[in-house]
Design a protein around this ligand. Sequence first.
Ligand SMILES: Nc1ncnc2c1ncn2[C@@H]1O[C@H](COP(=O)(O)OP(=O)(O)OP(=O)(O)O)[C@@H](O)[C@H]1O
Length: 247
Amino acid sequence: MDGVELSMENISVAYNGDITVLQGVALRAQPGEVTGIIGPNGAGKSTVLKTIFGLLTTRTGAIHMGGRDITGLKAFQRALEGIAFVPQNRSVFPGLSVYDNLLLGCWPFRKDKARITRAIAATFDKFPVLKERSASPASALSGGQQRFLEIARALVTDPKVILLDEPTAMIAPKISKDIYALTRSLADQGATIILVDQNVRQCAAISDRLHILELGRNKAEGTKEDFATDGQLKEMVAEWMNYRIDV
Ligand SMILES: Nc1ncnc2c1ncn2[C@@H]1O[C@H](COP(=O)(O)OP(=O)(O)OP(=O)(O)O)[C@@H](O)[C@H]1O
């Protein structure tokens, strides 16, 4: 997987025209790395991912992908450029089969039948349980399997940048471990991963770089080592998130 640098500078976003949620947020994510975004409820973490994917309009600032300004692109164009988004809320189509759910993920290249065949075969190689359940309605899968289906559906486009919003929320610990391992391995294969997670411990464990948001603004950022060695950063997270990051 070939990732590319994804950056946002001075991004401000408002819901419904006047509820300003992000105020001048900056972020940089590199290929081969997991960039974790942490912060309290309502800090704007999900809004950052939705903004990168093009679901919300920016008031100020710019988003660059591989050095190219993508601020004006619509979501489907960003998908074609290689951004994939796995939203926080359940997003499988419950009445459709596993196969058809994956087929919908191929929508950006729907005219390229050969690519669709290759993409779904590769997905089944990576996720054998989805192959076994290919004809089952998605609703018949367990919660963890549905989560894997959502991630697999995002991966069929062979994305360069993968946005994951709380991928282990409401998922059993054993499956969560597999999801974190998959996230780490996607980065190790070269993808650029941006992970929003309430689980500070797990997020810190698999991230290379962390951004802390508070009330729609950047509060702190650094590598995992910075957070483990810089006394001020370490204390901030320890006090406020009730968790001490150690390398
Ligand atoms: N569709 C919306 N319309 C209006 N306000 C919204 C909308 N979605 C989110 N907000 C508000 O924007 C702010 C940031 O929300 P967001 O979901 O980005 O935060 P978050 O850091 O991801 O929080 P959480 O950890 O609770 O998911 C919150 O105050 C939230 O109430």
